[in-house]
Every structure is written in structure tokens, then in C-alpha cells.
Design a protein around this ligand. Structure first.
Ligand SMILES: C[S@@+](CC[C@H](N)C(=O)[O-])C[C@H]1O[C@@H](n2cnc3c(N)ncnc32)[C@H](O)[C@@H]1O
Ligand code: SF4
Length: 409
């Protein structure tokens, strides 16, 4: 038992109930690699055996602890890479297989990420018939020029066709749009934001382009990237244009129409549980201990698709690492997620999800409220506008070393 578990018991903190369960499925292949992307994604090899990968994912999924497998899955997210490269048959087998291993709630949100260059309306229909009820389209831009600079496989007409097809097949869909792109001006971005907001999308994710280590853009950065000040103005512009069209910003990059927040991501951000299958996928599960405490277990799958397949086919699991998150590390993990939410979370959720009593961070919360980084309401843990601007500093205040020093232990 760790020090914090002992203190929790001594102070009679409630044994927490287990959080909602989600499932992340990772499809690691794309038509080709985009120059800005550092996701675990690879150019699909010729003659890829997709059914072999699907069957392996199902074996891998069955390898999660039995206690976790009894808890119904409330959301599923098929991410990548480019899961829209899957055939309808492969997706159907995957989702049927998931249901034979794990209970899935009747109203589960089931999202699939699609690249406009890989799917048409007929394919969207197949995906919907297989159980997908939410689509996330990687549009990035509605401009031929900027799509070209991003090395995308589709042009603006392809992006618009995909949005129209998504609107005919799905009631609920998201568009990913990137901003602060090479050569982009505020006026150009205004047009992008308006077009996204005027589409039938129910959810929009606006990501500021970041230059990630190890990518082609890191090796040869575009010379005409907007500077920091312009990028900040762009973020504000996006928020204003989307708000005028009825999209509320509820997370750093997430905007939703009423009732259309992404349930899957909300579960991550409220420190919920999620199991995972697929190369490089990570999961986190809370497991009750007989003494009334609980453990938080994290597992990561082999990132290389070849190693992932080999591990499953030889030992029945694709896990490369599995470890327990000590109580001391949970406050930071919790805040890393919860403080991304514009409205934050109820203060009581901290203890319910981490098993760490609120008093451990109470003084820190007070200090951050006094400095205007957290909202003053003691019933909530929520960033102010200023707090969102200095999000990393705010999150880092809950690192184990920072808390230990602060609490004078
Ligand atoms: C896994 S991809 C989405 C699905 C599909 N692979 C596609 O690109 O169409 C997730 C999203 O992350 C965003 N993204 C990826 N790399 C980024 C970067 N370096 N900076 C900002 N956003 C990025 C893109 O908007 C992308 O759509
Ligand atoms: S952005 Fe999407 S399509 Fe491009 S390489 Fe990354 S995962 Fe693949």
C-alpha cells in the first residue's frame, strides 16, 4: 500500500466506484505518411492482410484482465492511421468480434476516423451498417493550396465530397481542421472556419499545426509558418467564428453543437477507463482491490505492427508494457486530462477517479484559484481563460515532485 492509500484509509475516504469503460482500436496504416504527422501510422504495404490484423486485435483484446471484461463498453473509437482504409467486411468482423468478447451498451457511441481520400458514400454506408454511428473526417483544410502543402492525398473538392457524403449517412460527425498552416492568413482561416461551421457537422476539432520531432516538417520546416502572435490570434478567431455558428468550445481543440460532445474523449478527459487493441495503443483500467482500495493499471501495445502481430501470434497478447500507476502519480494524470475541459470537472470527481483524497491537493487548488488560473468556485476544478493559456504550467503544478514540495513532505 502506498503512503497515499494509507492516508486515504486513515481519513475514511470513500472507496471509489469504477469509472465508465471505453475501447480504443488502432489501425496503423495510411495511403502515405503526411509530412507533419507523428502518429503511429505507416504507409500500407502492398497486399496487406487486414483480416490477420483484425483477428490479432481480437485475440489481444481478450487478453485484458477478466475483471475489466465484465464492465460494459460505452464508447468505441477506431482511430489511426486511417481506419477508413478497412474494408466493410473487416470492420464488421472487428465490431462483431468485440461484442463476443465484451459487453457493449446499446447506445454506445462508435466513432471511426476517415480520410476523405479513402472513402465514399457506399463505404460510409457499410461502416454504418457494421455499427459505426459517428464519423470523424480528417479534412484539415478546404483549400487546394494548403492541402498540397500538407501533403494530403485529397484536394478541396474531395474534402467537400466527403463532407456531403458524411452528412447523408451520419447524423453525428466531426471534422478535423488544422490552422496556423504554411502561408495561412487570418482571412483564409476565417473562410475555413466558416465553411466547417456551415457544414452539417455536429462537432469540430481545430488543431494548431505543431511541428513534431522526427517528421518531414521537422527536418525541413516550411518557411512561411505563422508566428506565435498570429497563431494566437488565429485560435481566438476560430473560437469566435464557431461560437457565432452555435459551436461551443468545451475542450482545448474541441467544439460541439448542443448535446454533441464526443463521449469517448470526454471519458479520457474525466480520467475514465479505456482498454485498447492495435499497434501502439494504450489503455488504462481501474481494478478494485479486496481491501477496498483500487489499482490503476496502464498497458501499452507494441508500436511496430510487425512486432505487435508477432507478440500476439506467439503469446496471445500485444502488450509490451504493463504497470500500476502509483497513487502519487494520479493527481497529475487526472489534471493532465481534466484541465483540458473548459468547464473542468466537479471537485468530487478527483477523489472518485484517483482514490486520492481531495485534501492532498486542497492547498494547491487554493493557491491556483488565488492566482487566477483556476475558477474560484470550490465545488469545481476548472481552468480560467488565463489558466487555459498557461495550461502546461497549470497541469505541472500537480506533478508528484511539485505537490510533495508544496505540501512540505
Ligand atoms: C489520426 S489523424 C485523423 C484521421 C486520418 N488519419 C486523417 O488524417 O485524415 C488525427 C488528426 O490529428 C491532427 N494532426 C495530426 N498531426 C498534427 C500536427 N502535427 N499538428 C496538428 N494537428 C495534427 C489532424 O487534424 C488529424 O486529422
Ligand atoms: S495525418 Fe492521418 S493520414 Fe496523414 S499520416 Fe497521419 S494518420 Fe495518416
Amino acid at each position: 500500500m502506498t503512503t497515499l492509500d494509507a492516508r486515504r484509509k486513515a481519513h475514511g475516504a470513500k472507496a471509489p466506484s469504477l469509472p465508465p469503460m471505453s475501447l480504443y482500436l488502432h489501425w496503423p496504416w495510411c495511403v502515405r505518411k503526411c509530412p507533419y504527422c507523428d502518429f503511429n501510422s505507416h504507409r500500407a504495404p502492398a497486399g496487406l492482410d487486414e483480416m490477420r490484423y483484425v483477428e490479432a486485435m481480437l485475440v489481444d483484446l481478450a487478453a485484458w484482465p477478466e475483471a475489466a471484461k465484465r464492465r460494459p463498453i460505452e464508447t468505441i473509437f477506431l482511430g489511426g492511421g486511417t481506419p477508413s482504409l478497412m474494408s466493410g467486411e473487416a470492420l464488421e468482423r472487428l465490431l462483431t468480434g468485440v461484442r463476443s468478447i465484451w459487453p457493449v451498451t446499446e447506445n454506445a457511441e462508435i466513432t471511426l476516423e476517415a480520410n476523405p481520400g479513402t472513402a465514399d458514400e457506399a463505404k460510409f454506408e457499410r461502416f454504418r451498417a457494421a455499427g459505426v454511428n459517428r464519423l470523424s473526417l480528417g479534412i484539415q483544410s478546404f483549400s487546394d493550396e494548403r492541402l498540397k502543402r500538407l501533403g494530403r492525398i485529397h484536394d478541396a473538392a474531395g474534402a467537400r465530397r466527403a463532407v456531403a457524403a458524411a452528412a447523408r449517412v451520419f447524423e453525428n460527425f466531426n471534422l478535423d481542421v488544422m490552422f496556423a498552416l504554411p502561408g495561412e492568413t487570418l482571412e483564409m482561416l476565417r473562410g475555413e472556419a466558416r465553411e466547417a461551421a456551415d457544414s452539417a457537422a455536429t462537432h469540430l476539432s481545430f488543431y494548431q499545426l505543431t511541428i513534431e520531432e522526427g517528421t518531414a516538417f521537422a527536418k525541413r520546416p516550411p518557411s512561411d509558418l505563422p508566428d506565435e502572435d498570429l497563431a494566437a490570434d488565429m485560435g481566438e478567431l476560430v473560437e469566435r467564428v464557431l461560437a457565432d455558428a452555435g459551436f461551443r468550445r468545451y475542450e482545448v481543440s474541441g467544439y460541439a453543437k448542443e448535446g454533441r460532445r464526443c463521449r469517448h474523449n470526454l471519458n479520457y478527459w474525466t480520467y475514465g477507463d479505456y482498454v485498447a487493441a492495435g499497434a501502439g495503443a494504450h489503455g488504462k483500467v481501474t481494478l478494485a482491490n479486496p481491501d477496498g482500495t483500487f489499482s490503476v493499471r496502464r498497458e501499452a501495445r507494441f508500436a511496430s505492427p510487425a512486432k505487435y502481430l508477432a507478440a500476439i501470434e506467439s503469446c496471445g497478447s500485444g502488450a509490451e508494457t504493463a504497470f500500476e500507476v502509483e497513487s502519487e502519480a494520479r493527481p497529475f494524470e487526472f489534471m493532465l486530462n481534466a484541465l483540458r475541459l473548459a468547464e473542468g470537472v466537479p471537485a468530487e470527481l478527483f477523489e472518485a477517479r484517483t482514490g486520492v483524497p481531495l485534501f492532498v491537493i486542497e492547498l494547491k487548488l487554493e493557491e491556483l484559484r488565488a492566482s487566477g488560473l483556476l475558477v474560484a468556485d470550490p465545488a469545481r476544478i476548472a481552468p480560467t481563460e488565463k489558466g487555459l493559456l498557461f495550461l502546461s504550467d497549470l497541469q505541472e503544478a500537480f506533478l508528484p515532485e511539485a505537490l510533495a514540495e508544496f505540501n512540505g513532505r
